[in-house]
Design a protein around this ligand. Structure first.
Ligand SMILES: [Zn+2]
Length: 403
C-alpha cells in the first residue's frame, strides 16, 4: 500500500494521465486536459503497453474526416444553440415548479421536466466542457464545466472521478471509481461477492434515485473534506477550487431548497419535490452511464499486478469495456449529449459530442479492421435489459464460492 510519493512522481502522474486521455486527433490542438491538482494516488495504478497501431489508425481516420468535411471538432454553433435551449428549459422548469405550480398535476410534469433539463445540462454542457470538448478556449470550457456546480454536484471532484479515474482506467477493478458501488453492489467479476448481492438487480434501481441527492448533500462534502475518493487519495479543493466548491454548494442548496421554502412557506412540499426531482435525475444519469459500461457485453479487465502492464494498449480496452446504444435515436442522441456513443466519447473525449454519430461509422470500421470488438445495442431498451441481466449475473455467488 505504501508507495512513498516522491515529488518527481507527484508531478509526473498528471502528465501520464494527460498523455492517456489526450485528444487522438491532431485537429484538436488545445488545451491539454488537466487533472485539477497534481497528487498521485498511493495505490499503484495499472500501466498500458504502447499503441499497437490501432490508436494511430483511429487518429488518422478521424483527422481525415475533419479535413474532408472542413468542420471544426469544437466551437460548433449547434452546441452554443443547444446550450441556450437547455438552459432556457432548465430555468423555465425551475421557476414554474418552485414558484408557480399549485396542483400536483402541474408540479409532477414540471418536476420531470426539471429533472430532464438538469440531466441534459450534465450530459451535454458540463460533460463537453469538463473534457475540453466544448471550445478551443479554456475559459469557455471552464464555464461550461461549472454548469455541474449549478445543478448541485462538484466539477472539481468530477475531474478526478470521471476525467481521471474513469476515463483512464475504464472498468478496471480498483482503479475506476465508477464501478465501485462499495458493499451495495457487485458489477465486476473481480469484486467480492456478498450474500445480499443476489437481490441487487432489484434493489439497485431504486437506490439509483439517491445518486444525485447524495452528491449534492453528502458525498461531495465527504470526499472534499477527507481527500479520499474510493480507494484513491485526492487533493482537497484549495484556492479557487475551494471557493467554487463551497460557493456552489451554498448557492445550490439555497436555490433548490431554502428559497422555494421561503416563497412557499412550506418545508415538506419543497423537500418532497427536491427528492422527486433529484430522484428522477439520479435514475436517468446512473442508468445512462451503466448502460455504457455495466452490461453483459462489456469487458471488466483485472488490474495488472503492481509494476506490470495490462494486456492490451490503452485504446483497445476503451472500446471493449464500452457499449453504445440507440445510435439511431435522434432524441436520445440530442438529450444524452452523445452518451449513447460512449465508445467514441472514450476514444475522443475532446471532440464535441455533436460529431459522434458521424465518427461512429469510422470507429466501427477501424475496429473491424483491427479485430477489436465494437458493440452497440440497437435500442435503449436492449441496453437496459442487458444491464439488468448483468446485475443479476454478478449477484449470483461465483463458482469458487459455491463449490
Ligand atoms: Zn466522459
Amino acid at each position: 500500500m505504501t508507495n512513498g510519493s516522491p515529488s518527481s512522481k507527484i508531478a509526473s502522474i498528471p502528465n501520464a494521465i494527460n498523455a492517456l486521455v489526450a485528444p487522438l486527433t491532431t485537429s484538436v490542438t488545445t488545451p491539454a486536459p488537466a487533472a485539477p491538482h497534481s497528487l498521485p494516488p498511493s495505490n499503484p495504478l495499472p500501466k498500458f503497453p504502447k499503441d499497437d497501431g490501432f490508436r494511430e489508425d483511429l487518429r488518422k481516420r478521424v483527422d481525415a474526416y475533419f479535413a474532408e468535411t472542413g468542420q471544426s471538432p469544437r466551437d460548433l454553433f449547434r452546441m452554443y444553440l443547444k446550450t441556450a435551449i437547455i438552459l432556457t428549459w432548465l430555468i423555465a422548469s425551475y421557476i414554474f415548479l418552485a414558484y408557480h405550480a399549485t396542483h400536483w398535476y402541474e408540479a409532477i410534469p414540471a418536476a420531470i421536466s426539471l429533472a430532464m433539463a438538469m440531466s441534459a445540462v450534465g450530459f451535454s454542457i458540463q460533460h463537453d466542457g469538463g473534457h475540453n470538448a466544448y471550445s478551443k478556449r479554456n475559459w469557455v470550457n471552464r464555464l461550461a464545466g461549472m454548469s455541474l456546480d449549478l445543478i448541485g454536484a462538484s466539477s472539481y471532484l468530477w475531474k478526478w472521478k470521471h476525467g481521471v479515474y474513469h476515463h483512464t482506467y475504464c472498468n478496471v477493478e480498483g482503479a475506476d471509481t465508477d464501478i465501485d458501488l462499495g458493499m451495495l453492489g457487485r458489477v465486476s467479476p473481480h469484486q467480492r461477492h456478498r450474500w445480499w448481492h443476489r437481490w441487487q438487480h432489484i434493489y439497485l434501481f431504486p437506490l439509483y434515485a439517491l445518486t444525485a441527492s447524495r452528491w449534492h448533500l453528502w458525498g461531495d462534502f465527504k470526499e472534499a473534506l477527507t481527500g479520499k475518493m474510493g480507494p484513491h487519495p485526492i487533493p482537497r479543493p484549495k484556492g479557487r477550487h475551494a471557493l467554487l466548491f463551497w460557493g456552489a454548494k451554498i448557492t445550490s442548496i439555497f436555490t433548490f431548497l431554502i428559497l422555494p421554502m421561503l416563497w412557499r412557506q412550506s418545508i415538506w412540499e419543497v423537500v418532497l419535490f427536491y427528492f422527486v426531482v433529484t430522484g428522477i435525475m439520479g435514475v436517468i444519469m446512473t442508468i445512462v452511464f451503466q448502460l455504457a459500461h455495466c452490461v453483459q457485453e462489456a469487458d471488466f479487465p483485472a488490474a495488472a499486478p503492481a509494476g506490470e502492464h495490462m494486456d492490451k494498449s490503452w485504446a483497445v480496452p476503451q472500446v471493449e469495456t464500452t457499449v453504445n446504444f440507440a445510435r439511431g435515436n435522434p432524441f436520445l442522441s440530442w438529450w444524452l449529449g452523445g452518451l449513447n456513443f460512449q465508445i467514441e466519447h472514450h476514444l475522443f473525449p475532446q471532440i464535441c459530442h455533436i460529431h459522434y454519430p458521424a465518427i461512429s461509422k469510422i470507429v466501427e470500421q477501424v475496429c473491424k479492421e483491427h479485430g477489436v470488438r465494437y458493440t452497440a445495442h440497437p435500442t435503449f431498451w436492449r441496453g437496459l435489459v442487458s444491464h439488468y441481466r448483468w446485475l443479476r449475473e454478478m449477484g449470483r455467488p461465483p463458482v469458487s464460492q459455491t463449490a
